[in-house]
Ligand binder design. Sequence first.
Ligand SMILES: [Mg+2]
Length: 413
Amino acid sequence: MSDHPTHWPRAIALVDMNAFFASVEQRDFPSLLGQPIAVTNGLRGSCVITSSYEARAQGVRTGMRLKQARQLCPSLIQRASRPEVYAGISTRIMQAIHTVCPDMEVFSVDEAFIDITPCQQLYGSPIEAARLIKQSVYRASGLLCSIGISGDKTTAKYAAKLNKPDGFTVIPPWESRERLRHVAVTELCGIGEKTGLFLAKHGVRYCGDMEKLPISVLARRFGNPGRRIWYMCQGEDPEPLHTEVTAPKSIGHGKVMAPNTRSRQTILTYLQHMCSKVGARLRRHDFEAHTFWFGLRTEQQWLGEKVRLPEFSSDHRLIYQYCQQKLNHIWKGQGIWQIQITALDPRPAAMQMDMFASNPEQLTHDKQLNSAMDDINQRYGEFTLSPARLLNRSDMPNVIAPSWKPAGHRKTI
Ligand SMILES: [Mg+2]
């Protein structure tokens, strides 16, 4: 690779852990090395959360029913997930990356974008910097990752999945357009089925077809995200890294009400509104929580109680339902000045995923509904919120400052 100039105008890496949860199990229990394993929610979990490469080789996939997985792979070993362990390792990995290149965006529990541009000279070249990142991830966790390096987020993410596990794929920015030319548009992160159908209707199936489509067609249909898609397909995704949001320790929403509000109906309306906002904010960060604080302030003091949901959730309806049940405990008809709902124990939702739930289909359905709602809210700006008062009161050390997963462009644009 000696023909690579050592300085790139922009250099972005995407680090993706290989079969993360399953790899942690194999790392901690060496007898599992080389074995087909499936991680499930406890030993009663009925869906595969993650499987090892040995299991994948036999057709086992994330989200698959365990029963079906066993039919494909009779020697499959079931492992109860250990979310706290995975979260701890994830944090160590992110910190390790941060010490090599501080400009990063934690995209999910096992993925991060890194802007190598400002530190490429420090390490000699973007490729050397990426190598160092890969080494530091291994040193911090004992785990292998795949890494993609290119000039923009979308191409870097595409590159990272080309060689797995233990991949190291470089697509220099000046080659991106050609490398993507024959790639189906829906292979790119952020171009979902719906967008894919729209593009197909306009004759765009492969990234290379995009140069024939005027950008205005996408802009008219999707606004700025549409413009982004046009550039993405040509290897020039302009999207910056989202490094500004601190991983929230608590997520809350409060609102001042008309002084001395005594109407139960008004309080319920505010309550519902606050629950919607907290739910949306949790989902925006891809967090979920189990315990919430519901408070009402009278002129002199806060009345409040902890509200515990039956399970970790980011569903505003569930949050509202349980808060509503507490209203009579908290409030005896006093005049109210202010309302507050705060998630007390948010954690990355990727730890949990749909398959942990007792009723995965229902939960998936709710999540799809919520995600559709979030998309609409984001498009029309209703949730262009200033940060919640509590959001920035984080005890998290700065080294793990980046957002876990900023909104918007993970599954859909
Ligand atoms: Mg992964």
